[in-house]
Design a protein around this ligand. Structure first.
Ligand SMILES: NC(=O)c1ccc[n+]([C@@H]2O[C@H](COP(=O)([O-])OP(=O)(O)OC[C@H]3O[C@@H](n4cnc5c(N)ncnc54)[C@H](O)[C@@H]3O)[C@@H](O)[C@H]2O)c1
Length: 368
């Protein structure tokens, strides 16, 4: 196994999964900013959470290629891997805890089965690295004191975190059983532009902007450690390039805040009254506190979060204020029209069907 911080030869060709989602899209953009990157293939099923609009700005980059498909589709995954990639960076997931209470089986399929399909493809192809993007939620809930370390036993409490923990364990099994080179990152709660408005911070901002009630679970005293999405993307990049095979790296922002405090900060930034906070019944299995010790990532990867919570929240609020159309299209489902317009005719052409409209922009054929 490689020593931490002794950077391996650059991984130039990446298969990224779930790149149309919140964190994946920031990572794809970061990867394309790196001069050594020669190819980023983005495999995304475009579930309700996948929005190709999030990557509109990189579509013209000849090193970027979008592939619509599921991580559970072994043939599709194998075919993409065979085109020649050095590493898989795996973001694709069902990611919303609330939804996992209503449809846990979808979470098992995507989060556990999908990860297993990708691991199998990585093993067969002998890929140089597999990076599993995971979450601090696998550790469960903390009392008032203490922080999660990478050695903290896994104790997930809801179907989402349980499927993520199971996937992490499967990654470990592939490292020990088959000797693949895999690294896991476990980050705390992310925030920033392009996050789906079903999640706490964008839900609050977008509801408050429309003077609608902002629902807050329980007494609002659940504590999360907020990490700006760009800091997470940099941490994932550092773990990919410098992480030691078989290791887990916690990534946290060092910004522990009770949800009520975050809610009030958002309302202050928007100059909206606190009366918009609507306390709602707590959800079952709601973890009380997360806090993360990321000294290993600081020491071994030279990574440290750069965005202060105050600046990050101010910029995030400003982004949502400036982009009401993005939120509206996500909420109404109209963002799917963007995909149909952008890719529809090219996909029909690939299937030997006639074009539907003249306005469609065909996808340029890109070499992989
Ligand atoms: N958001 C957070 O605060 C947070 C914190 C820690 C870890 N994570 C992890 O980071 C990763 C990304 O989270 P996110 O918030 O960006 O999620 P997201 O819900 O915004 O995006 C998920 C993406 O995966 C795609 N996807 C879903 N099922 C798929 C399938 N079967 N095949 C291919 N693509 C599929 C969706 O279309 C979407 O583009 C997840 O693995 C999540 O568990 C998220």
């Amino acid at each position: 196994m490689r020593d931490a911080r002794s950077e391996m030869p650059p991984l130039e060709r990446l298969l990224v999964t779930g790149g149309c989602g919140f964190i994946g899209s920031h990572f794809v953009r970061l990867a394309l900013r790196r001069p050594r990157t020669r190819l980023v293939v983005n495999l995304d099923a475009l579930t309700y959470a996948g929005n190709p609009e999030n990557l509109r700005d990189v579509e013209g980059d000849p090193r970027y290629r979008f592939a619509k498909g599921s991580v559970c589709d072994a043939e599709r995954v194998d075919a993409l891997v065979r085109e020649g990639v050095d590493a898989i960076v795996h973001f694709a997931a069902e990611s919303h805890v609330d939804r996992s209470l209503y449809g846990p089986v979808d979470f098992v399929r995507t989060n556990l089965e999908g990860t297993s399909v990708l691991l199998e493809a990585a093993r067969r192809a002998g890929l140089r690295r597999f990076l599993q993007v995971s979450t601090d939620e696998v550790y469960g809930s903390l009392p008032r004191e203490g922080r999660f370390r990478e050695t903290t036993p896994l104790h997930p409490n809801n179907p989402y975190s349980t499927t993520k923990a199971a996937a992490d364990l499967m990654v470990g099994a592939y490292v020990r059983t088959f000797g693949i080179d895999a690294v896991v990152t476990r980050s705390s709660n992310n925030y920033g532009p392009h996050q789906h408005p079903e999640k706490f911070i964008p839900l609050f901002i977008s509801n408050a902007l429309q003077d609608k009630p902002c629902p807050l679970y329980g007494d609002g005293m659940h504590v999360r450690d907020w990490l700006h999405v760009e800091d997470n993307a940099r941490g994932i990049w550092a773990a990919l390039a410098k992480g030691k095979g078989g290791r887990v790296y916690n990534l946290g922002g060092g910004n522990e805040r009770p949800n009520l405090e975050v809610a009030r900060a958002i309302l202050r930034l928007l100059r909206k009254p606190e009366s918009l906070v609507a306390f709602v019944q707590d959800r079952p299995g709601h973890d009380r506190r997360y806090a993360i010790d990321c000294s290993r990532a600081r020491r071994d990867l030279g990574w440290t979060p750069r965005v202060s919570f105050e600046r990050g929240l101010r910029d995030t609020v400003a982004w949502y204020r400036a982009n009401p159309g993005w939120v509206e299209r996500v909420r109404s489902g109209a963002y799917r029209e963007y995909y149909a317009r952008q890719y529809g005719d090219a996909l029909r052409a690939a299937a030997g069907m006639p074009a539907a409209s003249r306005e469609t922009t065909p996808v340029r054929r890109r070499r992989t």
